[in-house]
Design a protein around this ligand. Structure first.
Ligand code: DAH
Length: 388
């Protein structure tokens, strides 16, 4: 049964209080039941309509009907009821609005959450310009990248440009065009990591992780006609177990110069200069016969030991860094094998050139006196910040 305003005959405090209690509880109950705008309109009119709303009715049925001596008490209660009706009607409207927003947000699901997060973010981003700033520490260049850039700088000054190639290579670029015939034992020295599932392709198209930066020589010569002078820095991969001097991922810098009349003297002069620029002008170089399929003749380059000045003895004891030999092996090089020109459409009877390849970590180890190659890959800030 919906609430109706009773006619009052008993104006005692107890009777008044009970009438007020009954009205207020009806007000609250009806407010709770409101769920939509339409329901709220009905609720609003029923309680506050000027003509016949409950608010008006209590004025007439309670206040006007009260005997003179009860007027004050009745008036006080009627006023407070009117106030309560007004706030309840307004609160009910707010509540049902919020309810509708919530309903919409639930329907919109994730969008609502994003909005809420965005609002929270905006609040938290308000800036207090009176607070002291947060100083961001400047990062340090990684020692491997630093060494790489230094070496590239040396060759840039000699007029070399920089070329890069992919880390996932084909057998053709990593081996075949570099004069490693299929099944040639020289391939064994490269500890190659092959990409799985390539068996259905012809050998030359099979993918692998490049084991050296030498394939960039081929890519460069396919792209450019001589004269060519490039250095090719990059990451290479080998199936090596890690220890203090080996890592399955490391970096190399490749070099290639092809032109007319390039001789072994040019190779020697260039690398001697580069080693002096990297390790100091007192460093000597020595070229030692070696073998690489893509160079003929080939050589390993050694530098005089930078720890014992090439003496093989340090502080009265055999130098550990050069195993007392006075020399440290640093890189491979040679004159480009004419067979290689056949793969890139260069005329081997007209051009000649040299190539070289060096491990960046190895150079960094020597230059900065690092005793474990793993330190370069562990990301330990205490190690890295020393190069800042
Ligand atoms: N690619 C060789 C390696 O990783 C290094 C090398 C040797 C590069 C001689 C050259 C070179 O360009 O001429 O073992």
């Amino acid at each position: 049964m919906p609430y109706t305003v009773p006619k009052l005959t008993d104006f005692s405090t107890t009777a008044l209080d009970s009438a007020v209690r009954e009205l207020v509880s009806a007000l609250e109950e009806e407010s709770k039941a409101v769920r939509s705008e339409a329901e709220w309109k009905i609720f609003h009119d029923r309680w506050t309509a000027r003509k016949n709303g409950i608010r008006t009715q209590i004025g007439e049925l309670w206040l006007n009907a009260a005997p003179k001596e009860a007027k004050r008490e009745v008036g006080r209660r009627v006023n407070s009821i009117i106030e309560q009706i007004e706030t309840t009607v307004k609160d009910t409207d707010d509540r049902r609005k919020n309810l509708e927003i919530l309903k919409k947000a639930r329907a919109a699901g994730i969008d609502a959450q994003i909005d809420q997060a965005r609002r929270a973010l905006e609040l938290s981003e308000r800036l207090d310009v009176t607070l002291p700033g947060i100083r961001r520490p400047i990062g340090a260049e990684h020692p491997v990248i630093k060494t790489m850039n230094e070496m590239i700088g040396v060759f840039r000054n000699l007029g070399y440009s920089v070329e890069e190639g992919p880390e996932i290579e084909t057998d053709f670029y990593n081996f075949e065009a570099l004069n490693f015939p299929p099944n040639h034992p020289a391939r064994d020295t490269q500890d190659t990591l092959f990409i799985a599932g390539q068996e259905s392709k012809p050998l030359r198209d099979r993918l692998l992780l490049r084991t050296h930066t030498s394939p960039v020589q081929i890519r460069t010569m396919q792209k450019m006609k001589p004269p060519v002078r490039v250095v090719c820095p990059g990451k290479v991969h080998r199936n090596d177990a890690l220890d203090a001097t080996h890592s399955p991922i490391f970096h190399q810098i490749e070099g290639l110069a092809v032109d007319t009349n390039i001789t072994f003297c040019d190779l020697k002069g260039t690398l001697d200069h580069a080693m002096k620029a990297m390790f100091g002008s007192s460093v000597k170089t020595r070229f030692y016969p070696s073998f690489f399929p893509f160079t003929e003749p080939s050589a390993d380059v050694q530098i005089s030991c930078i720890f014992c000045d090439g003496k093989g003895v340090r502080d009265g004891a055999p130098c550990r860094n050069c195993k007392a030999s006075g020399w440290i092996e640093l890189l491979g090089c040679g004159m480009v094998d004419p067979n290689v020109y056949g793969f890139v459409d260069y005329d081997a009877s007209k051009v000649s050139g040299f190539a070289f390849g060096m491990g960046v970590e190895r150079i960094a180890i020597l230059k900065y006196g690092v005793d474990d190659i793993q330190l370069f890959f562990q990301g330990d800030v205490r190690f890295l910040e020393q190069f800042g």
